[in-house]
Design a protein around this ligand. Structure first.
Ligand SMILES: Nc1ncnc2c1ncn2[C@@H]1O[C@H](COP(=O)(O)OP(=O)(O)OP(=O)(O)O)[C@@H](O)[C@H]1O
Ligand SMILES: Nc1nc2c(ncn2[C@@H]2O[C@H](COP(=O)(O)O)[C@@H](O)[C@H]2O)c(=O)[nH]1
Length: 351
């Protein structure tokens, strides 16, 4: 989510000159700003029922108006909206006559995230995010093969630090397990509904995992941010890759099992999957561990052998422990362990 330097937001709020070329439209409800060969018309309301500030693009090369897919939650219309272009890839918008927590907004127009979404959606794309005053803690992305203990570690963290962390509740098309609650563990949904919402740009990332669709909605992350908490995402490696390509600056943690045999034991002991699903998850685990090692996505690799030790390491890397960082920060030993795990031949045949 976008973050404006605190000093800058303070200056703008006080109405001081700030050195930026802010284009004010007084109290009109629309403003235009040129980025490359496109003119962005921002303001008014594109949709009367939701009352959001609308965005239209005039493409000077084709001479046509384009209505982009708008990702993120757009600001509500205000009496005036001033804009300034930052880094040629995002527009900072300042709402007039607004509250301190609602006056700075970013519209990404050509960031890596927006470019990626353009490719996926095949449309023109822009993405809104609210400016955060001050320093927001980076979200934490936790990945690793199924059954390694990601959920267990996250539960421990949420239990010990309930006011600090908020879990990003993903959507999934898989059936719910016995103890799982809709809206708490996942938003359980139909594939057709989720596919439509993906097309509508409601997802920050999504992936097909073990035969089902899983995804993080923009709203899921915003709910946590609005609560003033640090967001934790439990997502697979494909999802982590998408978040890495987005404008979100996160800490990426990969959790590794001590061995494939132990992973299998844990998956079976959990008793939530059919035999066929266990086998599929174990097959996918190999590829995930390989990607955990070689993708360059992850800042930290944790070994979940002894749960308490692993939890301690997780807390250390999140700065929740005063002693030195306890994770294997992509050091040679980490890579050696990964290779050992991958080189152990699974005795089970793929089905
Ligand atoms: N260090 C550990 N030693 C032994 N068992 C563990 C350890 N960590 C977790 N477990 C157990 O392993 C099982 C799988 O853990 P968990 O459900 O947290 O995995 P996960 O990575 O979240 O899996 P998935 O990706 O499928 O959601 C659980 O029964 C959990 O209690
Ligand atoms: N890319 C995403 N992956 C996700 C998301 N939510 C969960 N996951 C991953 O799916 C597997 C399987 O989960 P399970 O609950 O069926 O055992 C696991 O690796 C999760 O990390 C998501 O939103 N996006």
């Amino acid at each position: 989510m976008g973050e404006a330097p605190a000093f800058f937001l303070d200056e703008v709020q006080k109405g001081f000159s700030n050195g930026f070329d802010l284009k004010s439209n007084g109290c009109d409800s629309t403003t235009t700003i040129v980025v490359g060969n496109k003119t962005y018309l921002i303001g008014g309301s594109s949709n009367e029922s939701t009352l959001e500030i609308g965005v239209q693009i005039f493409d000077q090369s084709s001479g046509e108006w384009v209505y982009p897919t708008v990702l993120g939650t757009a600001p509500k219309p205000s009496k005036g909206f001033s804009t300034v272009l930052l880094n040629e890839d995002r527009i900072l918008g300042i709402k007039k006559c607004s509250t301190p927590d609602d006056f700075a907004w970013f519209l990404e127009v050509d960031t890596p995230y927006v470019r990626q979404q353009k490719k996926i959606l095949g449309t023109e794309v822009v993405a809104w995010s609210k400016g955060v005053k001050g320093k927001a803690e980076k979200p934490v992305v936790i990945s690793g093969p199924s059954g390694v203990g990601k959920g267990t570690l996250i539960s421990m963290l949420m239990k010990e630090f309930p006011s600090m962390f908020g879990f990003s509740v993903s959507h999934t098309t898989r059936a719910s397990r016995n103890m799982e609650k809709d809206g708490v563990h996942y938003h359980f949904t139909d594939r057709s509904v989720m596919e439509k919402e993906i097309q509508d740009g409601k997802f920050l990332e999504f992936a097909s995992v073990h035969g089902n669709l899983y995804g993080t909605s923009v709203e899921a992350v915003e709910v946590v941010a609005d609560d003033g908490k640090r967001c934790i995402l439990d997502i697979d490696v494909q999802g982590a890759r998408s978040v890495k390509a987005s404008s979100i600056e996160a800490i990426f943690v990969f959790v590794c099992p001590p061995s494939m045999e132990e992973l299998e034991k844990r998956l079976r002991a959990r008793g939530t999957e059919t035999e066929e699903q266990v086998l599929k998850r174990l097959r996918n685990a190999k590829a995930e561990i390989e990607q955990g090692q070689s993708s360059g996505i992850f800042d930290h690799i944790l070994y979940n052998d002894d749960l308490e030790e692993c939890y301690k390491s997780l807390k250390k890397l999140l700065g929740l422990d005063k002693s030195e960082n306890g994770s294997l920060k992509l050091n040679p030993y980490g890579l050696i362990f990964l290779r050992i795990i991958l080189s152990r031949k699974s005795t089970r045949k793929s089905s």
